[in-house]
Ligand binder design. Structure first.
Ligand code: PLP
Length: 419
């Protein structure tokens, strides 16, 4: 008799990560058959020819002799000191090395922080659209995601009144992703002030995913949450993956701020969970000080003629020239989140569209509904390819949408006759 099939955690059925899901698997099959694809599904700068800055690489090479042992569970002391100084410089006076946690990417720290916080049935207020790890980590740590809307009609910014109306006796935290993945929205100070006031009124932890904190275009300016939050408990996340183009090194951090008494138990829980996994990857941590104290290498990429700036321009211009697309221009981060409008939007299904684009035009995008939105007429692309390649991508997208709009314009009987 064959062995019984292994059962897995039931709540995994509620979890999705389509950025690397079904469509990405189909893309790998097509590549194995010899097709050349343009894959815009992952915000992975190294896969598009970006390199981590040389001074960061050098810092790892110089430190490599010291990287054999485990380090402190919260991270290498020198790296945490550098991070504490950096966040004090941002206006968080209580940022000390003991309040800094270094992890294997922000990803690990998202999971640890929710595990430290949640009891079964506790609620977390999450943006919709979200970066889907936030939903997954909430669910897998026995919490319940409650979504506040960031609607395209409002520039993908949330409405603080709606956030407050969703607070219940079970709410524990508000997650902010700013600058935002997938929309590119950048939150203004007044909006952040209102959200901080909600957290203060209801005793909630602010979980601020600021991994794109230095990737901004044109006049957009980043506003960190923690300096505004002051005594309100706040965990600010960032890392080396995006701003420093070193996704593969798996280095992220979270800085705890707020009233010492209010955060004491949570601090202890984070430290304990960090200790259970011993420590984060040590070699990568040697690059942290160099990243914070060395030359700024991201601004030139985001300024006119910089690669990210010109990629964003290619997307904005392509959408403007499209018969079927609309876009809230991204103010920051590495993505654009266009919507399909008009005849092509009739009966539009973002998954069917993404599959057709892959099968017929060799382009891989992520359907908008993968980011936990109820509507199905958006998709996400990264701004990481060369600008000309992005223009080519949008020519191919236009061909698929032309066909869909043509189909929508053809009466049902005629379609049946053609079939
Ligand atoms: C908003 C957001 N948070 C967190 C992460 C995870 O980053 P890391 O590589 O540090 O785990 C990503 C990666 O794309 C992201 O977009």
């Amino acid at each position: 008799m064959p062995p019984a099939s292994l059962k897995t955690r039931e709540r995994l059925s509620e979890v999705r990560y389509e950025i690397r899901g079904e469509l990405a698997r189909r893309a790998r099959e097509l590549e194995a058959q010899g097709r050349t694809l343009i894959k815009l599904n992952i915000g992975n700068p190294g896969a598009f020819g970006f390199r981590a800055p040389a001074h960061l690489q050098r810092a790892i090479v110089d430190g490599i002799d010291q990287t054999d042992p485990y380090t402190h569970q919260q991270g290498l002391p020198a790296a945490r000191e550098a991070l504490a100084a950096h966040y004090r410089g941002r206006g968080i006076p209580d940022a000390h090395a003991e309040r800094v946690f270094i992890g294997n990417g922000v990803s690990e720290l998202i999971d640890l922080s929710l595990r430290a916080l949640l009891n079964p049935g506790d609620e977390v207020l999450l943006p919709s659209p979200d970066y889907p790890l936030w939903s997954a980590a909430t669910i897998l740590n026995d919490g319940r995601p409650v979504y506040y809307r960031c609607l395209p009609a409002n520039g993908f910014l949330p409405d603080p009144d709606e956030i407050e109306a969703l607070v219940s006796s079970r709410t524990r935290a508000i997650v902010l992703i700013n600058p935002n993945n997938p929309t590119g929205a950048n939150y203004p100070r007044e909006l952040i002030e209102r959200i901080v006031a909600i957290a203060a009124r209801h005793g909630l932890l602010l979980l601020c995913d600021e991994i794109y904190d230095s990737i901004l275009y044109d006049t957009a300016r980043f506003q960190p949450v923690a300096p505004i939050a002051g005594d309100v408990p706040c965990l600010s996340f960032s890392g080396l993956s995006k701003v420093h183009r070193a996704c593969g090194w798996r280095v992220g951090w979270a800085v705890l701020s707020g009233d010492a008494l209010a955060v004491r138990e949570f601090h202890h829980a984070m430290d304990l969970l960090g200790a259970l996994r011993l420590c984060a990857n040590v070699p990568g941590q040697f690059a942290v000080e160099a990243a914070l104290q060395g030359p700024n290498t991201i601004d030139p990429l985001c300024a006119p003629e910089g690669r990210l700036y010109e990629a964003r321009r290619a997307v904005v211009e392509s959408v403007a020239a499209s018969r079927h697309l609309d876009l809230v221009e991204p103010a920051g981060a590495l993505y654009a989140f266009p919507s399909v409008t008009g005849a092509a939007a009739e009966g539009f299904d973002d998954h069917r569209f993404a599959l057709e684009l892959l099968e017929t035009e060799n382009v891989l995008v992520v359907p908008g509904s993968s980011f936990n939105v109820p509507y199905r007429n958006h998709f996400r692309v990264t701004l990481l390819p060369q600008p000309d390649e992005l223009r080519e991508v949008f020519r191919r997208i236009e061909r698929v949408l032309d066909r869909m709009a043509g189909d929508a314009a053809t009466p049902v009987q005629a379609r049946a006759a053609l079939a």
